[in-house]
Every structure is written in C-alpha cells, then in structure tokens.
Design a binder for this molecule. Structure first.
Ligand SMILES: CC(C)(COP(=O)(O)OP(=O)(O)OC[C@H]1O[C@@H](n2cnc3c(N)ncnc32)[C@H](O)[C@@H]1OP(=O)(O)O)[C@@H](O)C(=O)NCCC(=O)NCCS
Length: 156
C-alpha cells in the first residue's frame, strides 16, 4: 500500500479502557483551539465509572492509543448516542477520526436493536460537522446547551 493510500484508510481498533491503557487515554491532547469542544478524557472516564450505560473506548492504531470515544446504546432504546470523541493533536488529519467513526458505527449497527445514532458538537466545530456529515449525519438543531445535534438513520 502506498503511503498516500494508507493515509486515506488507516486501520483502527476500539479497545475497552482499563488498567493497561487508561494512562495513555488520559495523556491524549487536544489543540488549544479544540479545548472547548470536548470534556477532558480524565473527566469522561470518571463519568463513565458512575454510568452503567457509558461505553468508553480507546482508539488504537498501529498498537498506539491515538484517540478516545464514549457512547451509549441502551438495551431498551433504539437510539445510540456518541457523546465524546477526540483524536490526539499529534495524530489529527491522518484519517484516524474517520476510521474510528466508521468502526464505532459498525459496532453499534451490529448490536441489532439500534436504528439511529445521535451525536452533538459545538456549532463552530467545522471539523466535526464535516466529519459526521460525510457519514450521512443530518443536523437537527440545537439542544438545551446550544450544541448542534446530528442524527444518522441506520439502514435496516
Ligand atoms: C474532529 C476530530 C475527531 C477529527 O479527527 P481527525 O483524525 O483529525 O480527522 P480525519 O483526518 O479522519 O478527517 C476526516 C474528515 O474530518 C473533517 N476534518 C478533519 N479535520 C478538519 C479540519 N481541521 N477542518 C475541516 N474539516 C476537518 C474532514 O471532512 C475530513 O475529511 P477530508 O480530509 O477528506 O476533508 C479531531 O479533530 C478532534 O479530536 N477534534 C477535537 C475534539 C472534537 O472536536 N471532537 C468532536 C466533537 S465531540
């Protein structure tokens, strides 16, 4: 595979966060201008410990933790929500974000009971808007925190 092709289609795996990778997840960094777009991973992991429905995953590429995401897909609901997602500042722009979204959507779809996936982001987060729109997420309007909600209907 040429370097250009690898850049377009990197391979990622989503791993549960535990003793072996927790520190690496906590050490991931955002760019200064991205700080307001997502809670810190340390805060998100604390939140996950209090919430049985939170599914926290490290995004791993070539054996290294490069990102983090968190979602819920309750058994008694047909809607999943991806509510945390970040790729480390040193790894951005390599296609890893797109690969991670593809992977989590694949895992959510495989659950079988989920028909739609919701995601939210700050209205000035152009990178997130473009990334999610590329998967077919459609903007619905603002939530009570003035974040944009976008929804993807999974084809059945
Ligand atoms: C949004 C984010 C996850 C993208 O990760 P990434 O690995 O850099 O993204 P990719 O390289 O896979 O890019 C995929 C697509 O995202 C969009 N994108 C990514 N970075 C972008 C930027 N700086 N400006 C505009 N669009 C951008 C583009 O559509 C891009 O596709 P293209 O290269 O074909 O144009 C990453 O920038 C990030 O962690 N941001 C801070 C946290 C955040 O905003 N999280 C989302 C809200 S919860």
């Amino acid at each position: 595979m040429t370097p250009a092709a690898w850049k377009r289609a990197p391979s990622v795996v989503l791993e549960p966060v535990g003793e072996g990778n927790r520190r690496a997840v906590q050490e991931l960094e955002l760019l200064p201008e991205q700080q307001d777009f997502v809670a810190s991973n340390a805060d998100s992991l604390e939140e996950a410990e209090e919430d049985d429905e939170a599914i926290a995953r490290a995004v791993v590429a070539a054996g290294h933790v490069v990102g983090f995401l968190m979602y819920s897909a309750p058994d008694d609901d047909n809607e999943a929500t991806i509510y945390r997602f970040m790729i480390d500042r040193r790894e951005r722009g390599k296609g890893l974000g797109r690969a991670a979204v593809a992977k989590v959507l694949e895992q959510i779809a495989r659950l079988g009971h989920i028909h739609r996936v919701a995601i939210c982001y700050e209205p000035n987060n152009e990178a997130a808007r473009r990334l999610y729109a590329g998967f077919g997420f459609v903007e619905q309007g603002f939530d009570e925190d003035d974040e944009m909600i976008a929804v993807l209907e999974l084809s059945r």
